[in-house]
Structures are given as C-alpha cells and as structure tokens.
Design a protein around this ligand. Structure first.
Ligand SMILES: Nc1ncnc2c1ncn2[C@@H]1O[C@H](COP(=O)(O)OP(=O)(O)OP(=O)(O)O)[C@@H](O)[C@H]1O
Ligand SMILES: [Mg+2]
Length: 205
C-alpha cells in the first residue's frame, strides 16, 4: 500500500495514481470490535453514502473531489487528489487569512444547504483551499441529502464551536462565515433560529 497521508478513526487516506492522475484513496478499514459481516456492511454503507453525497454536493460554487473509482468490496474510494492547504492548518499558521477564506466557507455551505445537502462534519479539517483560490469540501461520510433545517443547523453549530475552540485566535471568523451564508442562503432566518434552539438544547440537557 502507498504511504498514508492520514489515518483517521475510520479511514486511511493514501496518495496514489489513477490513469496517470494523482489520486487520493480513502479506505475504510475493518473494526475488530464489530462482528465481521456487520462491520463489512457498515463500512460499505458509509462508503456508498460518502460517494453519493460528495457527488451530489458539487456545483458551480462548491468544489468537491471528482470520484475516479469506487471499490465496494474493499470499501475504498479513489478520487481526485486536491492540492492546497487544509483550512485548519492555514488558520493556525496565519489567522489573518480568515478574511479571505471565511466568506468562501459561508458561500459553500449556503449553496449546499440551498440544495438540501448537509455535510455532517463541517469543520475546517474537511476543507482545502486550492492554489487557484477556490475552496474544496471533502469528507462527506456523515453527509445527507434532502435534509431539513435541523441538519443545516447542526452544520453551522459545529463550525461555530470549531471557531470558538480550535480557532479562538481568529477574530470574527465565524461572523464572517455567517455574513456570506446569510447573503446566499434562502430563508436563512429559519436556519439561524434552529441554531439557537440547538444551542439552548445543549445548555439545558
Ligand atoms: N481528495 C483529497 N485530496 C487531498 N487530500 C485529501 C483528500 N481526501 C482526504 N485528504 C486528506 O486526508 C485527510 C483525511 O481525509 P477525510 O477527512 O476524508 O477522512 P477522515 O476524517 O479520516 O474520515 P472519516 O471522518 O470519514 O473517518 C484530510 O484531512 C486531507 O488532509
Ligand atoms: Mg475528515
């Protein structure tokens, strides 16, 4: 196997080549604490879901990796390798880059939500700023389509928490994200109301 670039809780990502193109291969590895057949089915379902949501999320404004190949038996996705810098690393190294990147985050999220797609794990670790200045969204394993305001609210709440913990040095970052989100999202008020509800729910339960 090629050298891994990331080893997560559920998946290993390696760099490879597909028909002469640089590719990223994301493989969901077996979990020994889960029963063999059940484990295989869970990994297959998540792989299938990730491909479906990643492809569905792509639009003129939202960049996602192009899927080159899917191998259901091995639970792996071969996709376009996205060059650039993870937004988490960028903001850690240079908090002032938030002026450039935060509006892009809000715009991408609004565009996905306008089409009924929630990401499910919308943190700055799952975004890559490409050399051409565009933002690519990755890791759709917890994503869903045809969602309601609840799932949209969860995306926003997760990002808000990331900005208040991991990116506390970035001043006004979350507000900048929301500025562009509200501009692009139809009926943004309903989602913002839901975000408040989720926050209060967490406080009192
Ligand atoms: N298409 C890609 N191009 C370049 N780098 C990628 C690509 N896909 C993933 N990576 C790198 O691998 C890391 C982990 O990938 P990803 O976020 O999809 O998996 P994960 O968080 O381990 O997965 P999961 O949350 O599904 O368990 C990313 O943070 C990124 O650095
Ligand atoms: Mg991830």
């Amino acid at each position: 196997m090629d050298a891994p670039i990331a080893v997560g809780a559920e998946a290993v990502v390696t760099v490879s080549e597909f028909l002469g193109r640089k590719a990223a291969v994301k493989t969901r590895v077996p979990k020994r604490y889960r029963h063999g057949e059940l484990d295989r089915r869970i990994r297959a379902a998540r792989t299938r879901n990730e491909v479906r949501v990643m492809q569905g999320a792509r639009s003129d404004t939202v960049r996602t990796p192009v899927v080159y190949d899917v191998e259901m038996s091995g639970c792996s996705i071969t996709m376009e390798f996205i060059e650039g810098v993870r937004v988490k690393d960028l903001l850690d190294a240079d908090p002032s880059s938030s002026k450039e990147v935060c509006p892009l985050i809000g715009e991408a999220l609004a565009d996905m939500h306008n089409r009924g797609i929630a990401h499910g794990d919308f943190t700055t670790s799952n975004m890559i700023l490409m050399p051409d200045g565009r933002l690519c969204i990755i890791d759709f394993s917890l994503g869903s389509i045809n969602v309601g305001t609840e799932e949209m609210g969860v995306d926003i709440r997760l990002l808000q928490r990331a900005f208040s913990s991991a990116h506390s040095a970035v001043e006004g970052g979350f507000e900048a994200v929301m500025g562009s989100y509200v501009e692009k999202k139809t009926d943004a008020g309903t989602v913002l109301g839901k975000v408040e509800e989720i926050k209060n729910r967490a406080r009192y339960t």
